[in-house]
Design a protein around this ligand. Structure first.
Ligand code: CP3
Length: 341
């Protein structure tokens, strides 16, 4: 089906666009009362993720309510460990939790390499959402980067330091690599299945990139992201590695179309390090959206000018926080959509 709005796909491929496209990480979710209502009907986050009809409904909400130029499928990066044999729970107001973690090589051996079919509920949600979107905007699929997934599988939950996961890198690099290899193979199968189901574009989230040293990042993260990039063909691919300011130059060699920047990364410096080939995405501090409308507008315009008119996809430097008001989010989106160079 022909897309009525393909701005984000054209920007990702480096083609000319009439204006900068915009979407937001974590646009589907708790900032919308409409989301909270659907969620309360079902009881929990996992129930939502696993029911294609509801996942489709909350995926489309931000397109209707915020006017963004893309939808992102409502799911979570942690569906991959679960498909490999390590189930997660989403604990209310705490976040993810794994009852079992990976402690030994035999734990790694017990894991399966996930196939697309193991995640049929996500694929069904993608198919249904494509149908319901009816070509209005492209649909983004996603997965976690192997290092970020590894962190949760070792650590059991979120952490400020992820020191249990990092300890594994230092004390058992062989186990670490064998686990990262299995996650990478699973992720490639999963992303290919998302393309087949209809995803128009893909993003890899390396949320915990910034806690590794440059050398460790190269060995335990970038290497596996590069394998994924090389295996994925046919749709534009974005790599967002939060905190990986030290890896920007190396990331320009990845076989992907877009590099996501966080708000700590200077825009002109990033462009110089990454070069002119790739499209950049980002990178407003989500906390800007706590300020007044006038400031949001002027700071957003400043960001747009710094990126320039082409090869930019406007976004935040990380996901929206749950207590950001939706009118402030709309102000960010509208400012981007109204701006002309
Ligand atoms: O709108 C979208 O961006 C699509 C949906 C999406 C979710 N999670 C839904 C979600 C996406 C792309 C993710 C990715 C994700 N999940 C990441 C990478 C991006 C990032 O933020 O760094 C990570 C690290 C996770 C793991 C995860 N899931 C955590 C740490 C948490 C708890 C903290 C939090 O933000 O609430 C989740 C829960 C989660 N994933 C929620 C949503 C809407 C909140 C659940 C709820 O209370 O309804």
């Amino acid at each position: 089906m022909k897309l009525q709005n393909d701005l984000i796909l054209r920007a990702a491929r480096g083609e000319k666009t009439e204006r900068t496209p915009v979407w937001l990480m974590r646009q589907a979710g708790r900032i919308l009362p409409e989301y909270r209502e659907v969620r309360s009907k079902l009881g929990g986050f996992k129930e939502l993720v696993e029911s294609p009809e509801f996942a489709c409904e909350v995926t489309i909400q931000p397109v209707d309510i915020l006017g963004v130029d893309a939808a992102i499928i409502f799911s979570d990066i942690l569906v991959i460990p679960e498909a490999m044999g390590l189930p997660y729970q989403m604990v209310e107001s705490k976040g993810p939790w794994f009852e079992n973690t990976i402690k030994s090589q035999s734990d790694v051996e017990k894991l399966r390499i996930a196939e697309g079919a193991d995640l049929h509920y996500v694929l069904d949600a993608i198919k249904l959402t494509k149908k319901e979107l009816n070509g209005r905007v492209p649909l983004i699929g996603f997965a976690g980067a192997p290092w970020t997934i590894f962190s949760y599988m070792i650590e059991a939950k979120g952490s400020k330091t992820f020191s249990v996961a990092k300890k594994m890198l230092y004390t058992n690099p062989a186990l670490s690599h064998s686990l990262l290899e299995k996650i990478t193979a699973s992720t490639i199968n999963y992303l290919k299945a998302q393309i087949e189901a209809g995803a128009d574009m893909l993003q890899i989230f390396d949320s915990w990139a910034g806690i590794l040293s440059p050398e460790q990042y190269r060995e335990f993260s970038l290497k596996y992201i590069a394998q994924i990039c090389d295996a994925i063909n046919g749709v534009p691919l974005t790599v967002f590695a939060k905190g990986a300011f030290f890896a920007r130059e190396e990331m320009s060699k990845l076989n992907c179309n877009v590099i996501g920047l966080d708000w700590n990364m200077d825009i002109a410096e990033s462009r110089a390090l990454i070069g002119n080939e790739m499209t950049l995405q980002g990178n407003m501090d989500p906390c800007l959206l706590y300020s007044d409308f006038k400031t949001i507008k002027s700071e957003t315009e400043k960001m747009l000018r710094a990126f320039g008119p082409q090869k930019h996809i406007a976004n935040l430097g990380h996901g929206l926080y749950p207590d950001i008001e939706k009118d402030k989010v709309r102000c960010f989106v509208d400012t981007v959509k109204e701006f002309r160079f």
